[in-house]
Design a protein around this ligand. Structure first.
Ligand code: CP3
Length: 346
């Protein structure tokens, strides 16, 4: 067993007892951190992702500063869409854009084959650099977008509120939908496998926008594909399966796969975990907006999440989604310290 296999974060993923509740954060690196903004002043976002030394530096920046129990790789879920030739860009105000969206069965059929290993070698090189720097200490988490969330970007062409084009495509062109999802499931599986081979010690599947669907649609149009993406991964690496607004989908997400199910703040952690059964871990689930409040309030809210988990093995503390840009870094640090302090008392 490597030293880091014993790290509290990895133990919690395996539902083993830990001396305190481990915590990491989505958007651990990001625009709320001055060090990150300084890097972004020198590199465009995509350049940062494609420059392993810089991406490794951004990955490592929050580790000491925040005291978190795991590092999340600095990369993006959309990097593997670039080799599809759809024209991926990250714009200053609007986030990601796909210049040539996928809008028809013909568009799906014309997507070129993608060799993920050849397409994103810089991501795997970043993993190797970060692992070398972290040694046997803090574990490194890799990640990928789930097929639905990737499909929504390809079809909508960017962010969306209602996902109307995606839902229309699903119903109007079911064969093309499933063909697209087959392609994306293979890409997601390869992307995660490549990261695991390069050295990440856990992975998170981000199905960020799947909460837009009904349970019936999730089962028919999404579940089989997320399952395929996860099924082929090298065994022994814990998988966290996360989405936002998924209160009605949690059992189905568990069915699709994952050792730990990510919860957002719209569900109470205690009842949600009981519904899933304590044979699976849970991650979450503080509202990231609470980090804008004063530390005393952050402490109260963190205590409520810890109370709901009742000190059971298998709880990984996290926010219900990413850290907001306006968040004071001191408040993030206060949350990490509070979770360690309060959970160590049990
Ligand atoms: O959490 C981390 O710090 C690790 C790095 C990470 C990024 N993206 C870096 C990033 C991770 C885990 C992601 C995942 C990701 N990317 C998701 C799933 C996570 C989630 O939020 O649900 C999604 C949907 C994307 C696609 C994406 N990339 C969006 C929507 C945006 C724009 C965000 C915005 O607010 O404008 C990005 C860009 C991006 N990815 C940034 C970062 C730090 C901001 C880029 C910048 O510096 O301008």
């Amino acid at each position: 067993m490597r030293a880091a296999d014993d790290a509290p974060f990895l133990r919690a993923c395996r539902r083993e007892p830990t001396p305190y509740t481990p915590i990491w954060l989505m958007r651990q690196a990001g625009r709320y951190m001055p060090e990150y903004r300084a890097m972004r002043a020198r590199h465009a976002f995509l350049d940062l992702c494609k420059t392993p030394a810089a991406a490794a530096e951004v990955t490592l920046q929050p580790i000491e500063r925040l005291g978190v129990d795991a590092a999340i790789l600095f990369a993006d879920i959309l990097l593997v869409l670039e080799p599809l030739g759809v024209g991926l860009e990250f714009t200053a105000g609007d986030g990601p854009r796909i210049a040539r969206p996928v809008r028809s069965a013909g568009d799906v059929a014309r997507l070129p084959a993608v060799d993920v290993d050849g397409a994103v070698p810089f991501v795997f090189e970043t993993v190797r650099l970060v692992r070398a720097a972290l040694g046997g200490g803090v574990p490194l988490i890799g990640f990928a977008g789930a097929p639905f969330t990737l499909a929504s970007y390809l079809i909508e062409g960017g962010a969306s509120r209602e996902f109307l084009r995606t839902k229309r495509f699903m119903r109007a062109e079911p064969a093309a939908w499933h063909a697209l999802m087959d392609r994306l499931a293979a890409i997601t599986g390869d992307y995660l496998t490549g990261q695991i081979r390069a050295g990440v010690q856990a992975v998170q599947l981000f199905d960020s926008w799947v909460g837009a669907l009904s349970p019936a649609d999730y089962r028919e149009f999404v579940l089989p594909h997320s399952r395929v993406a996860l099924r082929g991964l090298p065994p022994g690496t814990p998988v966290i399966h996360f989405g936002v607004g998924t209160a009605t989908l949690l059992e189905l997400m568990k069915e699709a796969g994952g050792d730990v199910i990510g919860l957002d703040w719209r569900v109470d952690l205690g009842p949600a975990w009981a519904r899933l059964g304590h044979g699976v871990g849970v991650q979450g689930n503080l509202d990231p907006a609470i980090l804008l409040a004063e530390p005393a309030e952050i402490r109260r809210a963190a205590a409520a999440v810890l109370d709901a988990a009742e000190g059971r093995p298998g709880h990984v503390f996290n926010l219900g989604h990413g850290v907001h840009q306006e968040t004071p870094v001191d408040h993030v640090r206060a949350l990490v310290d509070t979770v360690h302090e309060l959970s160590a008392r049990r």
